[in-house]
Design a protein around this ligand. Sequence first.
Ligand SMILES: Cc1cc2nc3c(=O)[nH]c(=O)nc-3n(C[C@H](O)[C@H](O)[C@H](O)COP(=O)(O)O)c2cc1C
Length: 172
Amino acid sequence: MKKWIDPFDYANHILRMLKSGVLLNTQADRFNSMVLSRAEMGLIWGMPTFTAHVRQSRFSREQLDRTGVFTVSIPLSGELSPEVLRVCGELSGWDTDKMGQLGLLPAEPVENGVPGLSAYPLTLECRVLFRQALDLTAIPEEYRLRHYSRGNDSGDFHVAYTGQIVSAYILE
Ligand SMILES: Cc1cc2nc3c(=O)[nH]c(=O)nc-3n(C[C@H](O)[C@H](O)[C@H](O)COP(=O)(O)O)c2cc1C
């Protein structure tokens, strides 16, 4: 069962949950989820939107570029479990079947073909309107050095995917 919602009624909750992490689900060859903290909700061209900032190197980025759709799964109470945080926030879909490892139950999507997750019932189905790569020459040096100049992160900039929220509901 799905309870339809206006995403703006939950904006405060969704934005607060970003601190500890929500799940960004994608599906091209297979279903994959990654932990996401860097995101915004807003209104563009009169449409409710969710923007996810995904580093270039992520498997999720590749799936997003291929499909142009994503679904966000957000805990309604509590936070992502430590196991989900570890598997979806540290392991990569490039070489791991995260959903197989975690045994999370996918929930049938309505509009965009990418499942939500019954364990994290607040669900936003999104269709990408546009993507924008972060211009590393245009951000303050302090943040560039801190976030884009070390080890594996060197030059691994974020790409912002702004998706129209095409369906929003709570899985019951
Ligand atoms: C709390 C938390 C928040 C994160 N937020 C982001 C984020 O906003 N953008 C991003 O690209 N990676 C973020 N990550 C890292 C990815 O979740 C992680 O690299 C993941 O393994 C990528 O999976 P994938 O390669 O299957 O896409 C975060 C990780 C944690 C633990």
